[in-house]
Ligand binder design. Structure first.
Ligand SMILES: Cc1ncc(COP(=O)(O)O)c(C=O)c1O
Length: 414
């Protein structure tokens, strides 16, 4: 079997150029200059829309190309002979990085695939039960929660997360919804909202739901790699991840977690019979994935560990604070996340007061792009109106964010 721990000599050489993270790594520009040197540079536009997916570092891309070349040359001879064992090793690697066991993880092509398998497969619902979600959840997951009405005969209930959100107001909002809808049996939770960047107190919310007799399914598409945590800390039975946003793996890499003992609550995937009913691998059936992308996961995780999850989280939050603290002083700019480190990481959205339509927010993002060379994105979802999302990467500089601030100060709509 091919050695999945194989690294090109250039991979090791590139990682050797990195210093080690210091205690004050968030402000250690020497460290981040070295990190930035590993990534492709395209400075024509300042990209503050790194939430869609994350660029691979060049050494990871080289490993992806290595595996692309190999799978393309050897095709079925490589995969038929070795894929089952290789896949087991990959599951082991991803489980190790998440702090769980291999039999709790199955790979997917992304978080959507994993989340839809969980929501559609959750089988502990009776007709007349309620399922709960909020305005900040990801659109595809909100649609799936609504579709459970047809699929399971349940009553979907949604609510708007308070603005401005605080830890107490979020906990209180979920508690009230659970109290008002005592037949709630399933709650969708998004660890880090794609819309505003709000980080939910998932562990507490999962406990709250449990005490009300409901399970939670957690969408952790944006948190793993942006924040430093392991899956046990969420204390949730069902969680979906991807590795192509903040872990730095190629596009097409995701993971589905089902806590040991909880697999029977999810139906087998379209009646899968490849694996036993007690085996998580029967809960997703991906078919042929991009083998090379999945084979590049160990390299992506190695770089992620080398930079360190703690360093990435603290740098991203530092960059977020850099622009948000200044933007808060601008009249007419509303910031959608609190300055509470427990409730925010790298992403934060803003709204220009009164500009709540999708078109208005698209126009604001277009102005920032065309006049100031700063790329952001309009997001729809919050009940109180659309927003513009700002997502730095670990390669973003404070000077990049100063350009954003120049753009915000010059907005005609203010
Ligand atoms: C909260 C959330 N969930 C799910 C997804 C979808 O992830 P993927 O592209 O891996 O399917 C996204 C992507 O932006 C997201 O932000």
């Amino acid at each position: 079997m091919p050695d999945l721990a194989y690294r090109l000599p250039s991979f090791d050489a590139a990682l050797a150029t990195l210093p080690y993270a210091t205690d004050d790594v968030a402000r250690d520009e020497t460290f981040w200059d070295a990190v930035r040197a590993l990534y492709p540079s395209s400075r024509s536009v300042i990209n503050l829309e790194n939430g869609y997916w994350g660029a691979m570092a060049e050494p990871v891309k080289a490993m992806f190309e290595h595996w692309t070349d190999r799978t393309n040359r050897e095709t079925t001879l490589l995969i038929r002979a070795h894929w089952p064992q290789m896949l087991e090793q990959l599951r082991e690697t991803v489980a190790g990085a998440l702090g769980c066991e291999r039999d709790e993880i199955v790979l997917t092509r992304g978080a959507t695939e994993a989340m839809l398998a969980l929501i559609s497969g959750y089988n502990r619902l009776q007709p007349g039960d309620s399922v709960l979600y909020c305005d900040l959840d990801y659109p595809a997951m909100r649609y799936a929660m609504e579709w459970l009405r047809e699929r399971r005969g349940v009553v979907p209930v949604s609510f708007a997360v308070p603005e401005p959100a605080t830890r107490a107001s979020v906990l209180d909002a979920y508690a009230q919804m659970l109290e008002q809808h005592p037949r709630t049996r399933l709650v969708l939770l998004t660890h880090l909202s794609h819309c505003t960047g709000l980080v939910m107190p998932v562990r507490e919310l999962a406990a709250l739901a449990r005490s009300a007799g409901a399970d939670v399914i957690v969408d952790a598409a944006h948190s793993w790699g942006q924040m430093d945590f392991d899956v046990a800390s969420l204390d949730a039975p069902f969680v979906a991840f991807n590795l192509h946003k903040w872990i730095g793996a190629p596009l097409g890499c995701g993971a589905l977690y089902i806590r040991r003992g909880s697999v029977s609550a999810i139906d087998t995937y379209f009646g899968d019979r490849d694996f036993g009913a007690d085996d998580i691998r029967s809960r997703i059936h991906t078919g042929s994935p991009n083998f090379a992308a999945w084979l590049a996961i160990p390299a992506a995780l190695q770089l992620h560990r080398r930079i360190s999850a703690r360093a990435k989280e603290s740098r991203l939050r530092h960059l977020r604070h850099h622009w948000v603290r200044r933007a808060r002083e601008l009249p007419g700019i509303e910031i959608l996340t609190p300055d509470d480190d427990a409730m925010v990481a790298g992403i934060t959205a803003f709204r220009v007061t009164g500009q709540t339509s999708s078109d208005a927010n698209r126009a604001i993002a277009a102005t920032l792009h065309e006049r100031h060379g700063v790329y952001t994105v309009q997001r729809h979802g919050p009940r109180r109106g659309d927003v513009v999302r700002v997502t730095p990467a670990i390669t973003t500089t404070e000077a990049d964010l100063d350009r954003l601030l120049d753009g915000l100060r010059a907005l005609d709509t203010l």
